[in-house]
Design a protein around this ligand. Structure first.
Ligand code: ARG
Length: 461
């Protein structure tokens, strides 16, 4: 392969070194943003007079035509090229000749690759945020239908207090909301332009960086050339946001795995999103959920890899930084697929509402409410807790459920109990009663949903 930098070398590069240092296998997908960045750079060079108008126009037209050719699938990149930047320049030279060699004036691959990566990630974030938003909309929509669907709420994976399925689903809405906000915050720092800082120190040519930034849609310009070519904080920030997003998805995936077992039987996953076993004919496995759960490992690995790559790296550009794209693209793809597949799996899931309700029957998850009843009659909570503890013990010994006890049985434990106590501990009553903001009562969840919808409405992505 001819090099962008062959001049000072007497010997050719060893093949093993070429293969070891090449990044085209990873960075080929930057071709589109690379051409876009080059077009903006060439236009600006023409405007400030570093190139003649004619040279600038020839280069821009050549790049536009090349863009079209690649988009139409008529170009295959040389797999032995060093990277996508040198490959695009070579392809341009093939088409427009020596004038292509003027494109790289006042530019280095160091500011070029940082710019490309930011442009690519900016779009990746937008696509990911839209996918998260779609999933959030599904959650809100389903919650609306399950305001009165009762299931056990868990702590320590033990039945704790009844909640509605709507409330449980909305818990994931808020996790995803924070993920989406984190990504949009991270996007601001992604959307700063390194181009124009050249190799590391800036350039002696009179560039108009503002013009380029505007054309490429950057919100700001990197102020220090040394920092600009060596900053990959935006990659780390994105990866940490994605690690948390995938962690959230893994929690939901874990619940679907658990809840689709015969022991729980809370949910039935659709045949189309599950897989079978090669030996056990009866099996229907939640592999999609398991892979979403498992792939958290990949993105946490990507985050760790990027942090370690940056650690103790001296200023400014070092080739270590080339490794960033492997981590970044892996996390982008994994998160995009994870969110989309979670959405698909959920949208086809059947909730076994009868089983959910049955799970609350006789599970003592209304014990707090029996204690609260005594508190309303004036008993200190600690004492009420003690009394109801003994009622529970009585039930466990005699094989009874709390909600089946008659008033006279309850009165053996405290004479503050009356007819209303029996009503107060029916699961429906219990659910209705948690009316504080953020609670599980249908009207509180309805208000929660309204706030969620307001957030979705006020945000185009
Ligand atoms: N492929 C390189 C990367 O991704 C491009 C920059 C190379 N610059 C250099 N001076 N070798 O980081």
């Amino acid at each position: 392969m001819s090099k962008l930098w062959g001049g000072r070398f007497e010997k050719g590069t060893d093949e093993a070194v070429e293969a070891f240092t090449a990044s085209i296998g990873v960075d080929a997908r930057l071709w589109e943003v690379d051409i876009r960045g080059s077009i903006a750079h060439a236009r600006m060079l023409g405007k400030v007079g570093v190139l003649t108008q004619e040279e600038s126009q020839t280069i821009v037209a050549g790049l536009q035509a090349l863009h079209e050719e690649i988009r139409a699938g008529r170009v295959s990149f040389n797999p032995r090229a060093e990277d996508i930047h040198s490959e695009i320049e070579r392809l341009l030279t093939e088409r427009i000749g020596a004038v292509a060699g003027k494109l790289h004036t006042a530019r280095s691959r160091n500011d070029q690759v940082a710019t490309d990566t930011r442009l690519y990630l900016r779009e990746g974030i937008d696509v990911l945020r839209t996918a998260i938003r779609d999933l959030q909309e599904w959650l809100v929509h389903s919650a609306q239908q399950h305001l009165h669907t009762i299931l056990p709420g868990f702590t320590h994976l033990q039945h704790a207090q009844p909640v509605s399925l709507a409330h449980h689903l909305m818990a994931y809405f808020w996790m995803l909301q924070r993920d989406r906000e984190r990504l949009s915050d991270c996007r601001k720092r992604v959307n700063q332009m390194p181009l124009g800082t050249a190799a590391l120190a800036g350039t002696s040519f009179p560039l108009d960086r503002e013009m380029v930034a505007q054309e490429l849609g950057f919100e700001g310009i990197c102020e220090n050339s040394l920092d600009a070519v060596s900053d990959r904080d935006f990659v780390v920030e994105f990866l940490s946001g994605v690690a948390l997003l995938m962690t959230h998805l893994s929690r939901l995936a874990e619940e679907l795995i658990l809840w689709s077992t015969p022991e729980f039987g809370f949910v039935e996953l659709d045949d189309s999103v599950t897989t079978g076993s090669s030996i056990m004919p009866q099996k229907k496995n939640p592999d999609v959920a398991e892979l979403i759960r498992g792939r958290v490992g990949r993105v946490v690995g990507d985050l760790t890899g990027a942090l370690v790559m940056l650690k103790a790296l001296p200023l400014s550009y070092n080739r270590d930084l080339q490794e960033d794209k492997g981590f970044l693209f892996d996390a982008l793809d994994t998160a995009r697929d994870g969110v989309a597949l979670m959405h698909l799996m959920l949208s086809r899931a059947q909730w076994r509402t009868g089983r959910l309700r049955q799970a609350v029957q006789g599970d003592f998850s209304n014990a707090t409410d029996l204690a609260d009843f005594l508190v309303r009659k004036g008993m200190p909570f600690r004492r009420a807790h003690e009394v109801v503890g003994r009622v529970v013990q009585y039930c466990l010994r005699s094989g009874r459920t709390l909600e089946s006890l008659q008033v006279d049985e309850l009165r053996q434990f405290s004479d503050l109990f009356d007819e209303e106590a029996v009503v107060a501990i029916q699961p429906e009553t219990v659910l209705q009663s948690r009316r504080t903001r953020g609670g599980t009562a249908p009207e509180a969840v309805q208000a929660q949903i309204a706030r969620a919808q307001q957030l979705l409405g006020g945000d185009p992505h």
